[in-house]
Design a protein around this ligand. Structure first.
Ligand code: NAD
Ligand code: WQD
Length: 354
């Protein structure tokens, strides 16, 4: 979608120091918008700010704030005149959410309630929200369309579902409030500069960062969770989507909520299912690295296949994913090889083309 008619805006990006938020800051800046990041850095590094500055060519304003701190959030809105908010700030590890459900409900839902209250008080009435394909649970059929049964299967997924419902209720109660719920499938890859990317803490839960760390020599082999699914090669199928495509969709969704009378809930995926083994082989081609693996037991709670019907996002936003799985692997590896230990241990000056 073209942004030609959209005047530059000031956007509050909550969780903007994180993986998807940082890429979206770049996409917003590319369209001439000003971003203010609000983040508590519980799952990100302040070093991302220098990297963003290098990509954007200008310093990025960032406020260290926990969305659960109502006074601090209100202060943020008192200091700036935001046109809209993008809300990425959440804890997102499924396993951890099962062990610490109260923390997940407190952080994700408590933080969102504070944010929505502050928005209302400041008359900021446009929101783009990070939802997830996790709201579909184990889908009855694929590709998954937006009207499919919603069935979150873990506390993390339930927080996403509840936040979607909360935002929906607010839109019904306040007719001038507009929101876009973006249901991401499996975001992977990195900005082509290699300056920003996914930097998980500890052992990665997700497939692509795990593969990257095996390739980098940080882990000895990949455990493939299940080789007996009813899929062509027996391994699980997902819809991997390049984070740069995802970031661009946020700008399109922002423009939609600014100009439209309607709210929006859309899937963001490629519509193409890729198995674990297909991803491993694509990564090997892209990186030239051998990825040793072992097929182990299924991971509890995993579905055999989940991939999107992304046609609604195309119809409403004019958006479609451009990058294929080879490009996702190429950019994930570029980031990993330039930053073998992520942000914290690398110098902000070493990575990237300079
Ligand atoms: P991330 O952890 O890299 O980014 C989230 C950011 O929010 C982090 O910088 C973290 O420090 C910050 N944050 C968390 N709680 C906060 C709070 N209370 N106050 C202020 N800042 C807070 O995660 P990501 O992968 O970039 O995901 C962004 C959003 O997209 C999340 O809401 C996540 O649930 C959702 N999502 C992610 C995926 C995925 O696979 N990465 C898939 C679907 C949906
Ligand atoms: C992908 C495939 C695994 C790791 C999760 C969340 C979801 C969303 C995205 C936020 C599956 C297999 C994985 C490994 C493996 N996040 N795998 N070995 O499970 O589709 O989705 O992240 O909203 O909520 O549940 O992604 O990357 O963990 O797994 O074999 O070491 O890779 O079984 O088939 P998933 P994933």
């Amino acid at each position: 979608m073209q942004m030609a008619e959209q005047a530059p805006m000031c956007i509050l990006v909550c969780g903007g120091a994180g993986y998807i938020g940082s890429h979206t800051c770049v996409a917003l800046a590319e369209q001439g918008h000003r971003v203010v990041i609000a983040d508590n850095f519980t799952n990100s590094s302040p070093r991302v700010l220098l990297r963003l500055q290098r990509i954007m060519g200008t310093p990025v304003e960032c406020v260290r704030v926990d969305l659960r701190n109502r006074t601090a959030v209100a202060r943020l809105f008192a200091r700036h005149r935001f046109h809209a908010v993008m809300h990425f700030a959440a804890m997102k590890a499924v396993g951890e959410s099962c062990a610490k459900p109260l923390e997940y409900f407190d952080n994700n839902i408590g933080g969102t309630i504070n944010l929505l209250q502050a928005m209302q008080e400041a008359s900021v009435e446009r929101l783009v929200f990070s939802s997830s394909a996790t709201v579909y649970g184990d889908p009855e059929r694929v590709p998954v369309a937006e009207h499919s049964r919603l069935d979150a299967m873990n506390p993390y997924g339930r927080t996403k579902l509840i936040m979607e419902q909360l935002i929906g209720d607010l839109c019904r109660a306040c007719s001038s409030f507009r929101a876009a719920n973006l249901r991401y499938f499996n975001p992977v890859g990195a900005h082509p500069s290699g300056l920003i990317g996914e930097d998980p803490t500890g052992v990665p839960n997700n497939l692509m960062p795990y593969i990257c760390q095996v390739a980098a020599g940080r882990r000895s082999k990949l455990s493939i969770f299940g080789g007996d699914y009813p899929t062509p090669d027996g391994t699980g199928i997902r819809d991997y989507i390049h984070v740069v495509d995802l970031a661009r969709a946020h700008v399109d969704a922002l423009e939609y909520v600014m100009r439209s009378d309607a709210n929006l809930t859309v899937n963001l995926g490629t519509g193409r299912g890729v198995s674990v083994l297909e991803l491993v082989h694509a990564f090997e081609r892209a990186s030239g690295c051998h990825i040793p693996y072992e097929i182990v037991a299924r991971r509890p709670g995993d579905a055999a296949q989940v991939y999107a019907d992304p046609s609604l996002a195309n119809r409403l936003l004019g958006w479609r994913a451009r990058f294929d799985i080879d490009e996702m692997c190429r950019d994930a590896w570029h980031w990993q090889s330039l930053n073998p230990d992520g942000y914290e241990r690398g110098s902000p000056e070493v990575a990237g083309p300079g």
